[in-house]
Structures are given as C-alpha cells and as structure tokens.
Design a binder for this molecule. Structure first.
Ligand code: GCU
Ligand code: CA
Length: 626
C-alpha cells in the first residue's frame, strides 16, 4: 500500500480530494477499542474472528492479514456494534459473508478484499440488513459474490460506501448484482430510512445490474466511475426512491440511470436529480434528471468528472492509494496545470518545488524525497511536446485584406488554443495555388503588412496557425486585395470573409476569366441576390464596384443596406459573353457602422454573374458573417 502525501497548494487546476463521508459520516466503528490482528493462516482464525466481531458492543479494531475463510464458522459472521474490520498487509482477503445482528450500529469495514463465490449465508459480500445504522464501507475490493456485493435492506440507514472497487471475474449475466437498496415494493417501512451515499467507487468488470437498484431510499451517488461494458443497467430508481446522481463518469454503460416502474401509482414513482455526469459511448436510457430530490445534509466536494476515471482507479479498492493522483497520471510529467503541454508556467511550478521541503509529492516523480535534476530532465524532455492526442490548431478565422497605396494589410482573429505559437502568411497572384511564405518565423501578432506589392495587381493571401510543437493548422479562407493609389479598398470574394451568401450557386469555373475561387450565379428570378457584410469604420464617400459578366440584356439590381433600399436600380448591361467581364460602379455616402449589403435582382433573369464586390473609401473592413 503506497502512502501518499495529500497536496493541493501547488497543483494549479486540481481540487482537493472529495473526502465527504456521506450519510455514514457519524460512524466511528471500533475507534478507541483494542487493536487485534487475525492472521488467516493461524489455527482457528475464523472462530477467533467470529468471537471478536460478534462480541456485543465492545469496540474492537480487528485487523485481518492474509486470507481468512469463514467456512469453518458456517461461511458468515453477524457483526455486533462498534467494530472496525480492517485489512492489513498484502492482499488481505475475507471469504464469506459479512452480516450484522439485527439493529446493530456503528461499523467500519476498510481495506479488505471480500468475496463470497460459494453462496454462503445469503450469498452477499456484505449484507446490511434489519435496522442497521451508521456503517462505512471504504477502500474495499468486493468481487465474485453469488448474490449482491453490498446489499442494504430492511430499514437500515446512514450508510456510506466509498472508494470501493466492485467486479466479477466472469460475465455471469443476471447473477452479477452490485447493490440492492430496499428488497421489495411491499417493504413500505423502508420509506424514510435507507439514506445511503456512494462516492468514488469503481464499478468495474462484469458488474451487470443494481448499481445500485433503489426502493424507498434517498441515495446520493457522486464521483463514481461506471466502467462495466456489457451491463444491463446502472442506477434504477424505483418505488418512492430519490436518487441524486452527480459528476459520475459512465464509460460504455447501458441505461446509465432511469426510473423503473412496477405496479406503483405515478405519485410513488422513483425520482432522479442528475448533474455533471459524463457519458462516454453509452447506450439506452438516461433520465433527464430534473426531479426535485433530497438535499444532502452533509458537506461534500465534487471532483471534476473528466478526472474521475483516473482519480477513482488510482484510489479505489483495498489497494487504492490515498490522496489526489500526481499530475503525471493525467498527462506528461511537467504539465502541472494540465493544459496539455509543458511550458513556462510549468517551469515556474517546478521551480517552486525545487529544493523545497515537505509537500513535494506532485513533483517528485521517482519518489526519492527530492525534486532535483532528475525531475528537471523529465520536464525538459516534455518541454513543448504535446501528448499525441493533441490535435493541430484550427485554421485562423476572419482573415481579410485591405488594399492601400503600395501595400496590403492583413487582419485575422487570434486562435483560441493556448499552444498556438504564431502564424504564417502566404501570398499568391493565382487564386488558390502557388503560395509563397512571407514570414520565416511565426508571427505572434494577428496582422501583417505586405509592402512587396505593386499597385494594380490582385493578390490573394492565406494564413496558417502553428503550435508550439510545430503542428500546423489548415489554411484560413483566402482573402484578396488590390493595392492602389488613393482610397483603401476591400475586395469581397465568394466564400471569404465578408461574403454572406448567394441565392443560387457559387460557380467555381464554368466560365473563364473570373478572379478568386469563382463567381456568383443567382437563380434566374427577380428578388434573388447576394449579401455581404462590411464595417464602415468612418462616415464618408465610398465607391462600390462590381466585376460581372452578362451574356444577355441588362439585368438591373437594387442595393440594400440592412434591408433598406439605398440605390433603387443599378444597371448591369450585357457584356457580350459569360466569359467577358466588365465593371459597374456606384458612388455613395455611407454612415459609420456594420452593414449588410445586398445586391438584389430586379429582372426575372436574376443577377448578372458577379465575380466580386470591391469597396473603396476612407475606412472599410470586411466582417465575418455569422
Ligand atoms: C447560363 C450561364 C450561367 C448564367 C445563366 C443565367 O446558364 O452559364 O453562368 O448565370 O446562364 O442566365 O443567369
Ligand atoms: Ca444566373
């Protein structure tokens, strides 16, 4: 058994271990009593054990060492009050059923492996039955019992089952039962009793049903790890039961929790309040969890659900470790703040541990009581190296370009990923291909000014994000600009920042001579159009210019800003052929503000084919459409 210091100070992002003792929190067991060790190998071990634990009221801490079979005493014991049963040494194991004399109170069972495969007694591992109160079962591994692993019935009350591991070695179907709370619908005197807490338990291999099944009780189920694929169901809330199910992690579980109805009237249906649970590849039913149930009368701290598989596997069972797992259980050594990579913040954390005394567990990888060059080398090894599941950054968003006199300025939004190191900017004069990288080392800013350009040429740009590990994103959408003397300008191409949509298609190549990826072809009906979004950063005079082709007669269009017509009719006369591109301009005075611009067909032929809209003026920006 590994003893581990409990730390919370320097492990940024980690919470203190939830040590809530639940409904059984008043239990003291054999505390203050004599400590007596029974070795399973000694002669008469079973009868000595039975005598001790069945002694009326006298507190005892009975330690079990090795394997103790209850076969010589009929396969079971019936505990009396004020006892602690505790396993010590290597794999302390009790074979048989732990039962209780009716009405007994105050028992702790901890650090024991318990199994009852031969169906001794009632076939349970632990049978808490007939008005038993104040029981804690903690850090036990309970497995392969003929009936329930821990059953709690007949007006028993105030029980906590925590940090236990439950499993069966074979699938066993209907016989693999974990925990029955309330044995029958007719047992109405259970109502008002059966206050039970399950927390940080590991419901592991081949647990099949009753995890738990609850009648009449008020059961708090939090921070458990459901890890038994092939199961029948998880939690059943039955007649008059109230289940509060919080921050549990369900992995490949069928019917994680639901209300099971037998013959009771609707007013007596079981209830479920649920929050914070995670379902990984689950099937079947999950109750909405919106019922009103009891409030726990004790304090408890919920661990983050995504940490539950690690925390519970680390801590649950007779051989479980105490305390919060060190950070490297969740990722590479050195990633103290668990943000997916090892960087300066983590180096600062390591420095805090360096030559420190005392609470160094979360940094002391080799457990030699020091944080020194060994741990430093481990951290250095993982420096900026992401674990393999970390995806490349997403493509930068909202790229747009501003054409100015002798230069093009680019703008884009910062990536959200914390591991993005910077950006690469690429330029081409052939839309979509032949890009040249403009900056050798990643830019930390989210903007770039390209001065190696000539006025009157159309340039295309894309931007790429690069992570600290060298992982590169896909390219952003392409932006386009034409530097020119005079006013600055934006060019709004299809499928780029500032383009919101077309009533028709974006044609990527039917007719030659377009710029950018293609051109817009509206459906041939009046009222179809194209919408763009821009920010007029400064009130003033702007020139809007469309590049278009039209092999038919004039196709006039109206211009609208945010739904209001501002130019009633703009003429798009025939250009002779669909691959013959002309330009049409309108001059306008525009107020400042973000605007939807819409060109809308007035003729039943729809719009001419539109290559792009160029807007020039004092201060204009392309805006990403939502
Ligand atoms: C042709 C042409 C299209 C055009 C359409 C029209 O189909 O190929 O590009 O949009 O005519 O009349 O609108
Ligand atoms: Ca058309």
């Amino acid at each position: 058994m590994k003893q581990i210091l409990f730390l919370s100070v320097v492990t940024v992002g980690l919470h203190a271990v939830a040590r809530g003792e639940g409904f059984g929190h008043l239990t003291t067991g054999g505390t203050g009593g004599q400590i007596i060790t029974i070795d399973g190998a000694q002669t008469n071990a079973a009868s000595q054990f039975k005598t001790l634990v069945e002694t009326v009221n006298t507190p005892y801490i009975v330690q079990i060492q090795g394997t103790l079979s209850l076969e010589p005493v009929g396969g079971k014991v019936s505990l009396q009050a004020n006892k602690t049963l505790r396993g010590i040494g290597q794999a302390p194991t009790l074979i048989g059923q732990i039962g209780f004399k009716n009405g007994v109170s105050n028992v702790i069972i901890e650090r024991l492996n318990i199994t009852n495969p031969e169906d001794w007694g009632e076939g349970d591992g632990i049978s808490i039955k007939e008005k038993i109160t104040n029981v804690i079962v903690t850090r036990c591994t309970i497995y392969d019992c003929a009936d329930g692993l821990v059953d709690i019935t007949r007006e028993s009350d105030n029980v906590t089952v925590s940090w236990c591991r439950f499993y069966f070695t074979t699938p066993g179907g209907g016989n693999n039962r974990v925990s029955l709370i309330g044995a029958g619908d007719s047992q109405t005197s259970d109502y008002g009793k059966l206050h039970i807490t399950f927390h940080h338990n590991w419901f592991s291999t081949h647990c099949w049903q009753r995890i738990p099944s609850v009648r009449f009780g008020k059961v708090h189920i939090y921070n458990n790890f459901y890890d038994c694929p092939g199961n029948l169901y998880g939690v059943r809330s039955r007649i008059k039961a109230e289940c509060r199910i919080e921050n549990n992690y369900f992995r490949q579980i069928n019917d994680p929790y639901y209300v099971y109805i037998n013959n009771e009237p609707p007013a007596d249906y079981g209830k479920i309040a649920a929050a914070g649970n995670v379902f990984e590849d689950c099937t079947g039913q999950i109750h909405p969890g919106t019922d009103t149930v009891f409030e726990p009368p004790y304090e408890y701290a919920l661990d983050p659900t995504e940490h539950i598989p690690v925390i519970v596997q680390y801590g649950a069972g007779a051989d479980g470790c105490e305390g919060y797992p060190p950070h490297w259980f969740f990722g590479p050594y050195g990633d103290f703040n668990l943000n997916g990579f090892v960087d300066q913040a983590d180096l600062r954390t390591l420095a805090g541990y360096w030559l420190a005394e005392g609470d160094i567990f979360n940094a002391d990888f080799n457990g030699d009581g020091l944080v020194n060059n060994i741990e430093f080398a481990l951290l250095a090894d993982n420096w900026y190296r992401l674990s393999t599941h970390v995806a490349p950054p997403s493509a930068p968003q909202n790229l747009w370009a501003l054409g100015q006199n002798g230069q093009v300025s680019l703008f884009w939004s910062a990536n959200a990923e914390p591991n993005v190191r910077g950006y690469f900017v690429y330029r081409t004069t052939t839309s979509g291909s032949n890009y040249t990288l403009l900056n050798e080392s990643p830019l930390e800013s989210t903007g770039y000014t390209d001065t190696a350009v000539e006025n009157g040429t159309l340039y295309y740009y894309v931007v790429q994000a690069v992570a600290v590990d060298g992982n590169e994103s896909k390219m952003s959408v392409q932006a386009c600009a034409e530097p020119a003397a005079g006013a600055s300008s934006v060019i709004l191409q299809e499928n780029a920042t500032g383009f919101c949509g077309v009533d028709g298609i974006v044609d990527l190549g039917k007719h030659a001579g377009f710029t950018g990826p293609g051109f817009c072809d509206t459906t041939n009906t009046a009222g179809t159009g194209i919408t763009w979004k821009v920010n007029i950063a400064q009130k003033g005079s702007y020139l809007l210019r469309w590049r278009y082709a039209n092999a038919s007669a004039d196709r006039p269009a109206a211009l609208l800003t945010s739904g209001t017509v501002i130019v009633p009719s703009i003429s798009f006369p025939g250009s002779g052929a669909w691959d013959n591109w002309n330009q049409v301009s309108v001059g306008l005075s525009l107020d400042a503000g973000i605007k939807d611009l819409r060109l809308e067909a007035l003729s039943r032929e729809g719009l001419a084919n539109i290559d792009y809209l160029r807007i020039s003026g004092p201060a204009v920006e392309a805006v990403w459409c939502d």
